[in-house]
Design a protein around this ligand. Structure first.
Ligand code: XMP
Length: 520
């Protein structure tokens, strides 16, 4: 057991958070100002668990969230994040209707047993079905057909849902009930996925299996591609983040919208969030630059009253008082970060903001008391920063790291033989003009008079989110292995810190060599 004993020689140097941060309370510290000390470990990095709970109904399999920024998260990014076990927050720099569609795209992306399949009726026209697909952005074209009593009438195959048949009735195009493959709820047994898997193996070329009750009412739908994906997922270490109905999780950001009189527009906020909830959104983020403010608090209260169980994220703050305020208003998870972001200029323009590790420490202590989670938002440039952030926070929010990915909105541009994607702050002049001004407390129709708090920039194109996340997760697991932490709770409990001198910072990066290949 000698290996696990704590030598007294370490203690004055490598201190736990509650000693280290108060001892450094005269200076704001950020990621590169500190490093973590190793501890005796029996934990192999690959065996570490990264799941995290942000609210009673919001559980992620990796603690990574993509920012609600218009050059980072729309449905493609949110799908990729959730498929890897994390969460994407769809930004709000778009018409409200479009944000609803973006959420629908994520929620309809992958299905296991689809308990409430989208159905059509025999009397509809194929043209109506095409319009429905377009309106709801469905990525599929085959629909069970049910009569007015919910009884199965047949299956409308994607092969006939074509504009050339637009004027034909569903009744004329469907595969009749007698030829549709079904299984009863009772026959599914205790392991429906295995049962469905067996069915698809036994029925060559059949890709849909409908579930009915004893009265032939439609009760669900399996698709072969979903079953195959699920079979693969069973072997994967980090499973997709899904809701109780097996849909990918998705978050959406809203602002504290005001009406023409400058008052909080409660009705509009409630209508919009009601629409998002209808589409199955798993978390709403009330995203502003200054979360410790009446507008944000009131928005959170309004949403909490209307949607008692909906996971609410709110921010941004950097003080314990800010965390306490938003927690009291009803937020479950609070975004911490003012000015650390790679495209932020808040600290330069407004002279305001706190270096991220100090802010996270202060906020984490208030959050623990209030039993809410905190999310480290901004300033993360490498996986080591995530490990440091996770010693205090339940998850991290990243913008710049994902902005160069294929799944981020926007086109790739070539400059001097290199490929880039645009990345801009939501407080940049261009983004505020496109709608995000409310986030920065600026007029909703900004003129040249507004003071931008972010810049427009480029990120080098960096491939898929899968690839970027694999690197980040590898780094997080490695950090946990060094600290002997099997899970994130142990990481928070075990972390010990020491400050790093400027020479120490130089020592931490490759030095005194001619670099041939970067670490990534
Ligand atoms: P990273 O470092 O991941 O930061 O690129 C992303 C986070 O930065 C915040 N954000 C801004 N902050 N002005 C700011 O001061 C801005 O224009 C701006 N845009 C985004 C936001 O919290 C995001 O998640």
């Amino acid at each position: 057991m000698a290996a696990t004993r704590n030598s007294g020689f370490d203690d004055p140097f490598y201190q736990p958070a509650d000693q280290f941060f108060p001892a450094n309370n005269k200076i704001g510290l950020t990621f590169d100002d500190i490093t973590l000390a190793t501890l005796y470990s029996e934990i192999l990095p690959r065996n570490t668990q990264l799941d995290t709970t942000l609210a009673e109904h919001l559980h992620l399999n990796i603690p990574v969230i993509s920012s609600d920024m218009d050059t980072v998260t729309e449905s493609r990014m949110a799908i990729a994040m959730a498929a890897n076990g994390g969460l994407g927050l769809i930004h709000y720099n778009m018409p409200e209707r479009q944000q609803l569609s973006e959420v629908s795209r994520v929620k309809n992306h992958v299905h296991g047993l689809i308990q409430e399949p989208i159905t059509v009726t025999p009397g509809q026209l194929i043209g109506d079905v095409l319009a429905l697909i377009e309106q709801k952005k469905f990525g599929f074209g085959t629909f069970p057909v049910v009569d007015e009593k919910g009884k199965l009438a047949g299956l409308l195959s994607g092969h006939v849902v074509k504009p050339r048949y637009a004027k034909r009735k569903v009744a004329d195009a469907l595969t009749p009930r007698a030829q549709v493959h079904t299984i009863t709820q009772k026959e599914l047994g205790k392991d429906p996925i295995t049962r469905a898997d067996k069915f698809f193996t036994e029925h060559l070329g059949i890709h849909k299996l409908l579930v009915v009750d004893d009265q032939d009412h439609l009760r669900g739908l399996f698709t072969m591609s979903d079953i195959e994906r699920i079979a693969q997922e069973r072997n994967a270490q980090f499973k997709p983040a899904r809701d109780a109905r097996f849909h990918l999780v998705c978050g959406a950001a809203v602002s504290a919208t005001r009406n023409a009189f400058g008052e909080l527009d409660r009705e509009r906020i409630l209508n919009h969030v009601g629409g998002l909830v209808e589409r199955g959104v798993d978390a709403i983020a009330v995203s502003t630059a200054h979360g410790h403010s009446k507008g944000v608090g009131d928005t959170v209260k309004v949403l909490r009253d209307a949607f008692p169980k909906l996971p609410l994220i709110a921010g941004n703050v950097t003080s314990a008082a800010g965390v306490e305020y938003l927690a009291d208003c009803g937020a479950n998870a609070i975004k911490v970060g003012q000015g650390p972001g790679s495209i932020c200029t808040t600290r330069i323009v407004a002279g305001v903001g706190i270096p991220q590790m100090t802010a996270l420490y202060v906020c984490s202590r208030a959050a623990a008391k209030k039993k809410v989670a905190i999310l480290a938002d901004g300033g993360i440039a490498k996986s080591g920063d995530i490990v440091k952030a996770l010693t205090l926070a339940q998850a991290v929010i990243c913008g710049g790291i994902f902005a160069g990915c294929n799944e981020a909105p926007g086109e790739v541009v070539e400059i001097g033989g290199k490929l880039y994607k645009q990345y801009r702050g939501m407080g940049s002049f261009a983004a505020m003009k496109a709608g995000s001004a409310a986030r920065y407390g600026q007029p909703s129709n900004p003129t040249q008079k507004v003071a931008p708090e972010g810049i427009e920039a480029l990120k080098e194109a960096c491939g898929s989110v899968d690839r970027v996340l694999a690197q980040l997760i590898g780094g997080i697991q490695s950090g946990m292995g060094y600290l002997g932490a099997a899970n994130l709770a142990q990481l928070r409990e075990k972390a010990r810190y020491i400050r790093v001198s400027p020479a120490g910072q130089r020592e931490a990066a490759p030095h005194d060599v001619v670099e041939l290949k970067t670490g990534s």
